[in-house]
Write a protein that binds this ligand. Structure first.
Ligand SMILES: [Zn+2]
Length: 301
């Protein structure tokens, strides 16, 4: 039977982006609600990107505050086959509050500063905040010895986007980034593997034109069937991305996000049905496992 390789990934940002970035205790919700829900299907394993950066240090006193506080829980998750990854959000403090740091030099410096501590936790996978990268930041992660980066959102730059990122020329398949242009494969290449988030056209009720979005299990299930089918027509792998708060009950309805844990279950059921229709079965794996498979070194000890 054909295998559909599925990497379910979560960015634990601790910020509610639909509510002006308000702080939200996603980790408490994750362990009390999301993990028990995932455990209902014993095949399910996910990759969890957790913050460790200068802003966490400024706000909580330690850059690895969350790794320390939830050390036991993360260890248990890893033992169950999940993967913990690094989600560095490089912020700058300004008079108007915290803003995305878009200085290549200073983001690179922050990544290099914390990489040894992150590696100390056995972490192999990185997804940068806002999906921000430059040639210098990608090289810093590669030179620090990380196995993979999964920050790429291959889509056009939309005028309404407020964060800085550039993946306009990026393919949907994993690739080794060119040293001269991190957005695409090319020689000579870096040793880190880029594993882009899976993107396809997903229509929100408020869209005025077609928009390419990443495939998020927290989106309203009725919006997801056609996009998932369109993706499966072309690919035999899938990298989803969700923020835990997007599954938490919310104050008000949202056109795209369901704010309902059941949405994740229903979207996964839809995925299973669509795979079956195509004679394929779902094979859940972590991003590291997928990367090693892609690189053809599955038996690498
Ligand atoms: Zn993030």
């Amino acid at each position: 039977m054909k295998q559909l390789k599925v990497c379910v990934t979560f960015d634990v940002d601790l910020s509610d982006y639909t509510n002006d970035g308000a702080e939200v205790d996603e980790l408490a919700f994750l362990f009390s609600e999301v993990i028990p829900e995932l455990r209902r299907d014993e095949r399910l394993r996910a990759t969890w990107f957790v913050r460790l950066d200068a802003q966490v240090e400024a706000l909580y006193g330690h850059a690895d505050y969350f790794f320390e506080r939830y050390e036991r829980e993360f260890r248990a998750l890893s033992a169950e086959g999940h993967e913990i990854g690094w989600h560095p959000h490089s912020y700058l403090k300004t008079d108007e509050g915290w803003k995305q740091n878009t200085s290549s030099e200073s983001v690179r410096e922050e990544l290099e500063r914390y990489a040894p501590r992150v590696k100390g936790y056995g972490i192999k996978s990185v997804r940068t905040g806002w999906g921000f990268h430059t040639n210098e930041t990608m090289r810093a992660l590669s030179d620090s010895g990380f196995l993979l980066d999964s920050s790429a959102i291959p889509r056009p730059a939309y005028s309404w986007e407020s964060s800085r990122k550039d993946w306009e020329t990026t393919p949907c398949e994993p690739y080794f980034p060119s040293q001269a242009d991190y957005r695409a494969p090319g020689e000579p290449h870096l040793s880190i593997l880029e594993v882009p988030m899976s993107v396809t056209e997903i229509a929100a009720p408020y869209d005025r034109a077609a928009v390419t979005r990443y495939i998020n299990l927290a989106y309203h299930p009725e919006l997801m069937k056609a996009p998932l089918a369109a993706w499966l027509e072309r690919k035999d792998h899938l990298v989803t991305i969700t923020h835990p708060y997007e599954l938490m009950p919310a104050r008000e309805a949202h056109g795209l996000l369901a704010f309902d844990l059941n949405a994740m279950r229903r979207n996964l059921s839809t995925l299973e049905e669509l795979a079956e229709e195509r004679g394929a079965e779902l094979s859940f794996m972590t991003l590291s496992e997928f990367a090693l498979m892609t690189m053809g070194v599955e038996n690498h000890a």
